[in-house]
Design a protein around this ligand. Sequence first.
Ligand code: HEM
Length: 478
Amino acid sequence: MESENTTRQAIWKRRIHEPFITAALAVALTAGFGYGAILVASLAFGVMPGSWYSALVQAHGHAQLFGWLGLAVLGMGLFFMPRLRGVSLQSSQRLPYAFALLVSGIVLRVAAQPLAGWFAASAFAGVPRAAMLGAAFLEAAGLVCIAWMLMATARAAKPLKRDAPAYPVEPFARIGFVCLALAFFLNLLGTWNAFTESRNVIAARYDQLAITLMLYGVAIPMAIVFSLRNLPLFLRLALPPRNGWRKLAAFYAFALALRALPFLVAIADDGLVFTGRVLSANYILVLTVDALAVLGVILLNACILIFLWRLDLVRRRPPWTVDRAPDTRPDLEYLRKPTRAHFPDYGEYGRFEWLIYSAFAWLVVAVILDVLRALPGVNESIPIPQDAARHALMAGFITLLICGMSVRMAPGFSGKRGVTHPDLVTWLFGLGNLAAFLRVAPAFFPQSEFALMLWGVSGFIGWCAVLVLALILWRTFR
Ligand code: HEM
């Protein structure tokens, strides 16, 4: 009993990523990819979408963004970010409560919303709607606990100097956390609004802004932080230049604010209900806001491309190891086991680099689709579904990057020297990419029965990919 307690304490102190990643996988395997698979398969089988459909879509989106992405980022981030500032997570005795609040909130929301949609017409519908509101409060309370710990950690850390490893990436981490907090707050506002108006789905102005914040405010900035700090080492790349990142972060935040403007105007109108929809009724204001939002999309994607160029995944510059101090005992070189060519490991993480490279290839696809959709005139001649552009980012970039980074980083966080089944990583790469391709490409052929059939299996294949990741990580943690 005592040893069980000690293990539990050790997990919450030293292996905090494990419960978060385990919960992220559990949410992804049930409501995340599970609901996604049901949605696409039911449409492919010709089931007519009823009031349940949009409720299930939002429950799926919530599970994927707040559960799969949010919990994975928190799990890796709460372990990694404090260490980047030379401290461990402070006030960590609050962590189990934060975790319990967040996870119970997410579980309640993704269980209640489909029920609210299913029983929309019955007298019982108020109960799941109230549960959705309760869930939003639980999630917000969990995030307040996390914010408390991060503020205590920031106070305990030494002042950030220019030569500190965290200096270039710190503003991106700030953007990530502020946007995560805003997304939870918007979710609470939107759920309150839906509850008071007796609706089963959150109004688009709250829902779409929360999605934009989770994607461009949390996922991309955190990917920049993790990539700049880790990929030069894991993939033996050139060290990225240290200067210019803080300016890029400021520019990125400005572009994100422009992109969010139309939603902010719609939400501001909500607060002006007594005087009517004054802002969205003003034609000149709406045109200006829309033009600024297009500018925001272009600038935001330009920042992403600048980041990719400077990260130098295509190895334009020689790896950082060429400047390494010469070996003190070159005569003993023959005793050392050679690493894989171009990588510092021996294959104990499988072909994790395939996951990372394909994730970034999907990011380029998502950037192109997003800009083409925003450019005036282009979307009318080549229709690009928003759903396809977004899933290139979500099922392609985000999911494959979470897979690649967790396979490479999580074993080290848990004190292990590799994953238990490196060969399964190749399966993960194949299934993950196939799922993303089948989720995105068929959306461009809405008239084709064959495309609809392929689209219909994408969810199941994505689910299998996450199952493979779960097998790899659960066995590794044990
Ligand atoms: C292959 C796996 C996936 C399948 C089959 C799938 C399926 C779907 C479907 C059918 C929709 C509704 C589209 C519509 O009617 O407009 C949807 C929306 C959405 N999906 Fe996925 N999805 C997958 C992966 C993901 C991933 C990995 C994420 C996030 C990391 C994600 C996040 C979302 C979001 C945010 C929405 C919009 C929800 C809303 O409007 O509130 N999906 N997905």
